[in-house]
Design a binder for this molecule. Structure first.
Ligand code: NAD
Length: 380
């Protein structure tokens, strides 16, 4: 195992009715700004629960953080927060609202333009932030990452801010999610695990088993989560699986990859494709093109997750990659770029962007422009 420091300060408050605890969780002297997306929380009762819990408190509302949050919108939130001298942020929404709020948290204490924080990759001082999660996928409720878009240039990059002080996870908030969002959330969860697992084998049995536990859980619950999104037990498992997939827990002392995510972000930036939907396509190309490098882990994953034990190593790897692609299709997601009308032009643009950035992504630092092109061509 490599050396590591594990410090995840987010307090997880899980279960039915827990939004009512907000008043106790946020210190009484705070000037709170609550951030929202487009309004689903007004239709599913979450907004009402939040406002009732914070009755009598000084609160500013900011609405309109879009899916794939844009710096253009977040600049307006930062200006409002500065004007109202906000010193606590409560994000109510999915990964997009939470990520956007992480940039607001940094922007409130920054003199320059917020996009500079994104380009630096790391925030300086931040205002404390907490979350009420309404869409499970990103793990943003219990990590310090955030992904921000700049619409005018069609760019999308990650930066590191601070961890939420607390996050409330009430599985009932997920009941109103459209089936496609649940599918994308399950896909995102699955690929988060693979980014931290599909690397050099033999680094940690413990990390492998935790990762495999999440993969098995997602595979088992996926059909029911899609068919019965109001089943509390199933949505509880989905919600917690998504959080545990990206809260630093399964990456202690092991190497990581993230090349699939970097390519996926480009597809979102250029085509607006939902994050989890990009991953369901790109991961298949990554596994095909990097199969030599990932041979040991592919064989382990095939055997332990998909029960692939018969045949030569090449046959087992083929069947394992096919099983993975079938899983994403079972979620109702595309696994080919052509199904989304994406082709050679986009591939060339992503290669050009990676080359311009001097990209060297992935565990081995070998996913540059040319490799990204091969990965994307392998999922045409
Ligand atoms: N911070 C991280 O670690 C991390 C990791 C992966 C991805 N991301 C980023 O997070 C963003 C995606 O976040 P997401 O997948 O959570 O989705 P999201 O927050 O973009 O939400 C997806 C859609 O679902 C709607 N929605 C949310 N909750 C709802 C509910 N309860 N009922 C009905 N509709 C609801 C939203 O309004 C939105 O239209 C992307 O920008 C992605 O790049 C961040």
């Amino acid at each position: 195992m490599n050396n590591f420091i594990y410090h995840n300060p987010t307090e997880l408050v899980f279960g039915k009715g827990q939004i009512a605890r907000l008043a106790k969780l946020i210190p009484a002297d705070k000037r709170i700004m609550i951030t929202f997306g487009g309004g689903s929380v007004k239709r599913n009762g979450v907004y009402e629960q939040v406002i009732r819990a914070l009755e009598g408190r000084e609160v500013v509302e900011f609405w309109g953080i879009e899916a794939n949050p844009s710096v253009e919108t977040l600049r307006r939130a930062i200006a409002l927060g500065k004007e109202r001298r906000v010193d606590f942020l409560l994000a109510v929404g999915g990964g997009s609202v939470i990520d956007g709020t992480k940039l607001i948290a940094a922007g409130l204490l920054y003199e320059g333009d917020a996009w500079e924080i994104v380009l630096k990759g790391k925030a300086g001082k931040t205002v404390p932030l907490a979350t009420v999660l309404t869409m499970s996928a990103t793990g943003s409720e219990m990590n310090n990452g955030a992904v921000i878009s700049r619409y005018e240039t069609k760019e999308k990059y990650a930066f590191y801010g601070d961890y939420p002080v607390f996050s409330i996870l009430d599985p009932e908030t997920l009941y109103s999610l459209p089936v496609r969002q649940i599918a994308c959330g399950l896909s995102d969860t699955f690929v988060h695990v693979l980014e931290q697992y599909m690397t050099t084998p033999g680094q940690s049995r413990l990390m492998d088993r935790w990762a495999e536990g999440i993969l098995h859980t997602v595979i088992e619950i996926a059909p029911r989560a899609l068919a019965e999104p109001r089943d509390y037990a199933v949505m509880s498992e989905y919600m917690l699986a998504a959080t545990l997939a990206l809260n630093d827990m399964i990456r202690m002392g092991v190497t990581q990859d993230w090349a699939t995510h970097m390519i996926g972000h480009e597809l979102t930036a250029l085509h607006g494709l939902t994050h989890g939907a990009t991953l369901a396509i790109v991961i298949n190309g990554t596994l095909r093109v990097l199969r030599e490098q990932k041979r040991g882990k592919l064989l382990q994953y095939g055997e332990r997750i998909w029960g692939v034990t018969e045949g030569t190593e090449e046959e087992r790897i083929d069947r394992t990659i096919e099983a993975t692609e079938r899983f994403f299709r079972s979620l109702g997601l595309s696994t080919r770029l052509s199904e989304e009308g994406i082709g050679a032009e986009t591939i060339a643009e992503i290669e050009r962007r990676f080359d311009a950035l001097g990209a060297k992504y992935g565990e081995a630092g070998n996913v540059d422009g040319a490799t990204a092109r091969r990965i994307l061509e392998a999922c045409l």
